[in-house]
Design a protein around this ligand. Structure first.
Ligand code: ATP
Length: 265
């Protein structure tokens, strides 16, 4: 049997600090993410979504539990996992925007010269900043930097893409384009995505499954199957958004609980 792309078993994350007691951010979380799946983490601010994503990226070590990528324990970051952070400053400041993408194409795909540049420009076009290709990161707005980081991550077509609220700073039209493009690329490349968002409609649109977390410390509340909903116009789109909203607000609703149980595949 093929190992899941990500397997988290009883994972807990704790922050230690000198000036206050240690803080349990994520408590005993167990889930799996399969090949080609888009798995979205949804929950109130501070429930540990970013911490969990960063531990999958290999930047944070859980205090207990077992976290594996394709059956191997995660010991640190790796080229199999591309990350787009919330932070705007993710690009190399000494390279132009297209230079940043070219460098990634060289490292990840072995592309150079015109082949790399043409590919990079295609992805910049996709996120709507083709005209800024030859600018340096400090010459871009926050939203443009974020789009460049997304273009760079998508352009190397990683096996696992980790996205932390990637579309928060972009305008509505670009956001819709990026969402659509993400779905297209994931489907055509069978790319696996784990994504944090605060937007319930975005979660329902993008996800195959939504993991709803509760806070204090972060635990899994429900894992809801949304894979049948293939667009904003799907007849169950609105009701699923509403169900997730209620789930976030006050724990659970019977309808969502029933769906979620079916979804625990
Ligand atoms: N470096 C750190 N040191 C100490 N505590 C931290 C650190 N990073 C996060 N925390 C705490 O861990 C908890 C989870 O934080 P995290 O950023 O993972 O939550 P989140 O769900 O991603 O929040 P948001 O939606 O606001 O981004 C919070 O209580 C936060 O204050």
């Amino acid at each position: 049997m093929i190992a899941p792309v990500i397997s988290a078993e009883a994972v807990s994350i704790r922050y230690e600090s000198r000036d206050r007691d240690s803080h349990l951010a994520v408590d005993d979380v167990t889930f799996e993410v399969r090949q080609g799946e888009r798995f979205v983490l949804l929950g109130p601010s501070g429930c540990g979504k970013t911490s969990l994503l960063m531990s999958i990226a290999g930047f944070i070590k859980p205090v207990s539990g077992n976290l594996q990528v394709r059956g191997k324990r995660i010991l640190g970051p790796g080229p199999d996992r591309a990350v787009v952070f919330q932070d705007f400053d993710q690009l190399f400041p000494w390279r132009t925007v297209v230079g940043n993408l070219n460098y990634a194409a060289k490292l990840a795909l072995g592309l150079r010269g015109d082949e790399a540049r043409q590919r990079s420009l295609r992805y910049l076009e996709l996120v709507g900043i083709r005209d800024a290709a030859d600018r340096y990161p400090h010459q871009l707005s926050g939203g443009m930097k974020q789009r460049a980081a997304i273009a760079r991550a998508l352009s190397v077509e990683p096996a696992l893409l980790l996205l932390d609220e990637p579309f928060g700073a972009v305008d509505e039209i670009t956001r819709t384009n990026l969402q659509r493009e993400l779905v297209r690329i994931c489907d055509s490349e069978s790319m696996t995505v784990i994504m944090v968002t605060h937007s319930i409609p975005e979660a329902v649109y993008l996800a195959d499954r939504v993991m709803v977390m509760s806070s204090g410390p972060g635990r899994i509340q429900e894992i809801v199957d949304t894979s049948a909903i293939d667009g904003f116009g799907h007849p169950e789109f609105g009701s699923t958004v509403e169900q997730l909203r209620l789930l976030l607000e006050d724990g659970s609703t019977p309808a969502v609980r029933k769906n979620a149980q079916g979804a625990q595949r």
